[in-house]
Write a protein that binds this ligand. Structure first.
Ligand SMILES: C[S@@+](CC[C@H](N)C(=O)[O-])C[C@H]1O[C@@H](n2cnc3c(N)ncnc32)[C@H](O)[C@@H]1O
Length: 201
């Protein structure tokens, strides 16, 4: 199954319905929170969180005063969870859409990655890197976390990988500001994820 097919939408929605959401940290993760904290005062930058799930990052940024946050997910239950927790989050910024079909205009300033890349079939990784680049303005940022670990021969997400593998996908489109093991991961993910901060060429 292509993880971005309509079948995939049903798959993901079913996981929310049945509570098989082991990836869900229940809150913004420390590496993202610390990154956002050093951005300074909120501004009107356009921020996209693809495969956002319950979107704790969107909630955090919204409460910090950011107004141009967009969350995209194929599972209606995920977006509904954000709407329920944060009723004043703009409904027009909840995009029930396949990431790969999001339009490139107007461009985003920042894309936030949190356990979306690992949810995609590995064959889609080059397309993920390319589409992130097409959604960002020149100089725009793709930041977040990527699993740098081998989950073995799994048939379901998360799909693992390595820093070396990922580097090749992003290098054509991005300058690398940070691409190192995160020092402040959640305990079960300690030493197994990269913090990335990439600037679109
Ligand atoms: C592993 S979950 C991560 C959710 C969230 N980022 C988190 O960390 O809690 C992956 C999410 O990606 C969504 N998803 C999968 N394929 C997608 C696609 N092609 N476009 C947009 N969202 C997608 C799923 O519905 C699911 O919410």
């Amino acid at each position: 199954m292509e993880m971005d097919s309509p079948l995939a939408a049903a798959y993901w929605q079913e996981r929310y319905t049945t509570g098989r959401t082991g990836w869900d940290a229940g809150a913004i993760t420390p590496p993202l929170r610390e990154y956002f904290a050093q951005l300074g005062p909120s501004d009107n930058r356009r921020i996209l969180i693809p495969g956002a799930g319950r979107a704790y990052e969107a909630e955090y940024l919204h409460r910090q005063g950011y107004e141009n946050i967009f969350v995209a997910d194929v599972a209606p239950g995920a977006l509904a969870a954000l709407q329920q927790r944060v009723p004043d989050f703009p409904a027009a910024h909840l995009l029930l859409q396949d990431f790969f079909r999001l339009p490139a205009e107007p461009p985003y300033d920042l894309i936030v990655e949190q356990t979306f890349f690992c949810a995609l079939a590995p064959a889609r990784r080059p397309a993920y890197a390319q589409h992130c680049a097409s959604l960002l303005r020149p100089g725009g940022t793709l930041m977040g976390l990527l699993f740098d670990t081998d989950f073995g021969p799994v048939t379901e997400p998360p799909f693992g990988g390595s820093r070396e593998e990922y580097h090749a996908y992003f290098a054509p489109y991005f300058d690398f500001r940070h691409f190192e093991t995160a020092y402040n991961s959640l305990q079960p993910r300690q030493g197994r994820e990269l913090f990335i901060c990439l600037k679109k060429k």
